[in-house]
Design a protein around this ligand. Structure first.
Ligand SMILES: Cc1cc2nc3c(=O)[nH]c(=O)nc-3n(C[C@H](O)[C@H](O)[C@H](O)COP(=O)(O)OP(=O)(O)OC[C@H]3O[C@@H](n4cnc5c(N)ncnc54)[C@H](O)[C@@H]3O)c2cc1C
Length: 432
């Protein structure tokens, strides 16, 4: 059944992802989770069999395929094309996309495991996979019409990268103050989009863009509407690629829209509902960023302990054997585990549909992102010091992990915005 559906759904020229994610292993049945109350207490780090196998294979892929290119991609500020192709080959670009559309049909936990494992080696590759899966694919899967799903999900699963375009020069944290406008044609057959987007991840590689524009500015955020824009539509341009401190292999671009005509069938969901979609998608996306940060912290920690426990001696012994070092290393790993516990708690809370009435998993996601990005920055900074001069040079990866960690406190809601969200929810509960 899945196979015949696939034959019709995958357009010619697209290859089905093959190796890592085998359909039989990844059916919704295998990955579906029971409600918390039905399962025996277990470690928050317990993975399903499928997630466990994925972790193993993505880890191997990251070490064998990504690692040899990581330094070069950072220096060149460019994602290697062959890495992107192999991410598709391995099924990592359609982790949750249903098998009938050519995806791997796994659950959210699997996406998070993949993001974390990739970030252990290369946070730029990790964010490419993260944005594509948690924001773009989920937007189509959740809000797309049957026709949009048929048209775009097979492409997104097998060969075409996507971007999520919300931020603008004048609207960052205050995202819903966006100025990009969409005007409906008199016949109702199309919309024309005009405006500018900024900071768009994956834009240099992408061909499919989810663009938020306002169709009724007088209604303020209630006019925000989501559209699907394709590369090559007249009037759509990538104006500039940013030069960044970290995640330099991940492209971040300014996009301009000059009367870009989008057919009415490319309306994603309903007019005026875009702000709700953005809030919901970013709640989920935040767990992905938190996993990127725990993976990064773990990678930085592992990179440093390999050196201080096995390679570098001073005063006649390995530097990591000094108690002054051991305590710092133990403290750092404890903080990483605490951050990972928040991440997996957010994952399982989302999968269970929330634990507090009316709140979903917003609190869990915000806490996980806030804390994981703090830990990533702290641990990767300490790891440089543990390695001395060798941590400071661009020969190894220590300095890169630290540069890459800084973004965790900025995108998909800054740390202040996470704190604001957490405080609001706590006040709801405690303030009289
Ligand atoms: C590398 C990178 C990739 C990105 N990728 C994407 C993408 O793919 N798609 C997309 O749409 N956007 C993307 N973004 C945009 C990102 O989400 C924004 O940068 C972020 O939301 C912050 O907005 P800003 O940069 O305008 O900062 P500002 O909103 O100007 O914030 C600056 C500072 O002011 C603080 N601040 C603002 N408001 C408040 C408040 N109310 N209370 C307390 N403090 C406040 C912030 O916490 C921050 O410290 C990306 C950004 C970067 C840097």
């Amino acid at each position: 059944m899945a196979t015949s559906a696939l034959r019709t759904a995958i357009p010619r020229g697209f290859r089905r992802p093959s190796l890592l994610l085998r359909p039989g292993l990844l059916s919704a049945q295998n990955t579906s989770r029971r409600h918390f109350s039905d399962v025996s207490p277990t470690s928050i780090f317990h993975l399903t069999e499928t997630e466990d196998m994925l972790k193993e294979s993505v880890g191997r892929f990251a070490r064998d395929v990504v690692l040899p290119k990581t330094r070069e991609m950072d220096e060149n500020e460019m994602m290697d094309k062959s890495i992107v192709e192999q991410l598709f080959e391995q099924g990592l670009m359609g982790v949750e996309i249903e098998e009938e559309y050519g995806g791997s049909g796994m659950g959210f936990g699997a996406v998070v495991v993949a993001i974390e494992e990739l970030a252990r080696i290369d946070p730029s590759v990790s964010v490419l996979v993260d944005v594509h899966n948690t924001l773009v694919n989920t937007a189509f899967r959740t809000y797309g019409s049957a026709a949009l799903k048929e048209k775009y999900l097979p492409k997104l699963a097998t060969g075409t990268v996507g971007s999520f375009c919300l931020s603008e020069p004048a609207s960052g944290s205050d995202a819903f103050a966006l100025q990009t406008k969409a005007v409906k044609s008199e016949s109702g057959g199309s919309y024309k989009i005009t405006g500018q987007k900024m900071w768009i991840t994956n834009a240099a590689e992408s061909e499919i863009f989810i663009v938020f524009a306002n169709i009724a500015p007088e209604r303020r955020y209630k006019g925000i509407t989501a559209f699907v824009v394709e590369k090559g539509m007249p009037g759509f341009n990538i104006a500039k690629k940013e030069k960044k401190l970290g995640i330099r292999a991940s492209s971040t671009c300014v996009l301009t829209f000059d009367d870009v005509e989008v057919p009415a069938e490319n309306l994603l969901g309903e007019e005026g509902e875009g702000y709700k979609y953005a809030i919901s998608l970013l709640n989920e996306g935040r767990i992905g960023i938190a996993a990127q940060m725990t993976g990064l912290a773990l990678g930085a920690w592992e990179n440093a302990v390999k050196y201080v426990w096995n390679e570098r001696k001073q005063f006649g012994q390995y530097i990591g054997d000094f108690q002054g070092m051991q305590f710092q290393i133990a403290q750092a790993r404890t903080e990483i585990e605490a951050a990972r516990a928040l991440v997996f708690n957010a994952v399982r809370t989302k999968e269970a549909g929330g634990v507090r009435a009316g709140e979903g998993f917003v609190r869990e996601a915000a806490m996980a992102k806030l804390y994981a990005s703090q830990v990533a920055q702290k641990v990767s900074g300490s790891a440089i010091e543990w390695m001395g001069g060798m941590g400071f040079v661009r020969e190894g990866l220590a300095e890169k992990y630290w540069r890459d960690s800084k973004i965790g406190a900025i995108y998909e809601g800054t740390s202040n915005i996470q704190l604001q969200t957490i405080a609001k929810l706590l006040q709801k509960e405690y303030k009289q």
